[in-house]
Structure formats: structure tokens, C-alpha cells
Design a protein around this ligand. Structure first.
Ligand code: C5P
Length: 273
């Protein structure tokens, strides 16, 4: 079985407080985009992972953890095509796809809620990727309300190339920054919501160099720029494909477009694309 694990951006990410379990309560409009890793799986007596980025082919890889969680063994081949540790959800998307590939290839027929529960154990962003497309996400990430696909839009991603840990960014949040009345919950889902990310100020305090990526996208002509997730990638919305390509070229960024739910969830029976 084979599939593509698409990246995401958070069009909104509003943090409303800290939970007793140490995680933060959030509400976020998430969207799958056209950067994707390529993952294949075939059942086999021994669990293994082959990856073209050797440093990711280790026991901590969420793809292997997904298989262990479902008690299955087999051979994964992962081709990394999207930047990792970027705020684009790459590891979480790989993990969500691994759960779906195993369920299909091993004929487990798990109920969707069981797969979402397994996903939430692997990481807060994993449940979203089990739905893909456009979704309103709540809780610590485990509550996903799928929404109709937004009209396709182009965007440009710019990775400042500085390390930024998710836990450190959440840790740098000042409780005064928690959002009392999040706007995401009132979003009607018809057009792209006004971009907002509670984590952006904390990320900029931790790593001021990411401000340069924001400035480059704005200077190149994209006024609506936001940090994706906990960063460090910044993205800017473009008005069309041509503008996205032009800005990507001028900034050294990557042009991408929104990917709807049907495409985001497609699987096929070939070994790889
Ligand atoms: O769930 P995941 O392993 O992706 O989360 C990484 C870290 O990000 C957590 O250890 C936590 O510090 C922080 N986090 C959080 N609240 C969330 C999601 C993540 O505090 N809703």
C-alpha cells in the first residue's frame, strides 16, 4: 500500500489556556497543502523502516511507533519530500498515513474513532491528518471537526533554517497571551479566515531570526504572512499560482497550494508512486 503524507499549515492557531495534563488547549483551522512525503507499507514478519534521510530512520520515528501501537509488523519505505522540524506537521502526517496504511494492508477494519485515539497518542497533530482537507481542531489537537474544502489557494512557505522546538515555543508562552474569546470558533468556513497564531510572538522571542523570513515574504509582495504551527516556517498567502511562483523564486521559498480532503486521503495499492 502506498500514499502521500501531505503537510499542513495552521491558518489560525489560538491558545486558550494550559491544561492539567501540561498540554495547551487550542482552537485551530488547519489545512493540508501540496508538499508531501511518500510512504509505502507492506506487511512482513519483522518491523522495519527505510528512509532516504538516514537520521530519521530510527526507533523514535512515529511511523514505527504507529505500527507498534497497532501491534503490527511490516516494511515501511519513507521518502521525505517536505522540510522536517518545520512546523508543517511532517512527522505527524507520516504517522497518520502509517496508521491508515496498516489498517488497510493488514485488513484490521478499525473503527475511525479507534484510529483517531491511536493517532492522538502519537502526537497532537496526528488526528487532524486522519481527516485532512480543511478542519477546525480543538482540545490539544484530538478534537477534529472536518469542514467543506476551502477554495484552492496558493501560498509560499519560507523556512528560516533555524531550529525551534515545539515544547520550547509552548513553554515560552506567557499566560497573558492566552486568547479569552477565540475567533476561530466563529469562522463560517466560506473563505480563508483572518490569519492569527498565538504562538508567533513566543517563537519570535525565542528565535528573533525568524522575523527575517516574515519580512522577506512581505517585501516580496505577500501582505498576509503567518508562522505555521510552532514554526519555524513562515507562510504567506498568494493571490494566484503565478504570484506564488514569483515570490518563491524571489525569496528562496516553496510554492504550494491547498489540498482538499479526497486528495489528502487517497491511498493506492502500488508499492510507491
Ligand atoms: O503532542 P506533541 O508531541 O506534538 O507535542 C509536543 C510538545 O508541544 C508537547 O510536549 C507540549 O510541550 C507542546 N504542546 C502543548 N499543547 C498542545 C500541543 C503541544 O503544550 N496542544
Amino acid at each position: 500500500m502506498h500514499g502521500l503524507a501531505y503537510a499542513k499549515v495552521n491558518l489560525t492557531l489560538e491558545i486558550t489556556g494550559k491544561r492539567p495534563d501540561g498540554y495547551h488547549e487550542l482552537i485551530s483551522v488547519m489545512q493540508t497543502i501540496s508538499l508531501a512525503d511518500d510512504l509505502s507499507f507492506e506487511p512482513a514478519p519483522v518491523l522495519s523502516l527505510e528512509c532516504d534521510v538516514p537520521e530519521l530512520a530510527n526507533e523514535d520515528n512515529l511511523v514505527l511507533k504507529a505500527a507498534r501501537l497497532l501491534g503490527q509488523t511490516g516494511r515501511f519505505v519513507l521518502r521525505k519530500r517536505m522540510p522536517f522540524a518545520a512546523g508543517l506537521g511532517g512527522g505527524s502526517s507520516d504517522a497518520a498515513l502509517a496508521l491508515r496504511l496498516i489498517d488497510e494492508a493488514c485488513h484490521l477494519h478499525l473503527p475511525p474513532e479507534r484510529i483517531v485515539e491511536a493517532g492522538a497518542k502519537l502526537g497532537s497533530d496526528v488526528p487532524f491528518f486522519l481527516y485532512g482537507g480543511t478542519a477546525l481542531v480543538g482540545g490539544r489537537g484530538e478534537r477534529v471537526m472536518p469542514l467543506p474544502d476551502l477554495q484552492a489557494r496558493w501560498l509560499v512557505l519560507l523556512n528560516p533554517g533555524v531550529p525551534l522546538s515545539t515544547a520550547a515555543v509552548y513553554g515560552a508562552l506567557d499566560p497573558a497571551e492566552y486568547v479569552a474569546s477565540p475567533r476561530s470558533q466563529y469562522w463560517t468556513g466560506q473563505d480563508v479566515p483572518p490569519l492569527v497564531n498565538t504562538l508567533e510572538a513566543a517563537a519570535l522571542r525565542l528565535e528573533p531570526r525568524i522575523a527575517a523570513a516574515r519580512a522577506r515574504l512581505v517585501e516580496a509582495g505577500l501582505p498576509a504572512v503567518l508562522l505555521s504551527g510552532s514554526g519555524p516556517t513562515m507562510f504567506g498567502l498568494a493571490s494566484d499560482h503565478a504570484e506564488a511562483e514569483r515570490v518563491a523564486k524571489a525569496t528562496g521559498g516553496i510554492a504550494a497550494r491547498f489540498v482538499g480532503r479526497t486528495d489528502a486521503l487517497a491511498l493506492d495499492y502500488s508499492a510507491s508512486a
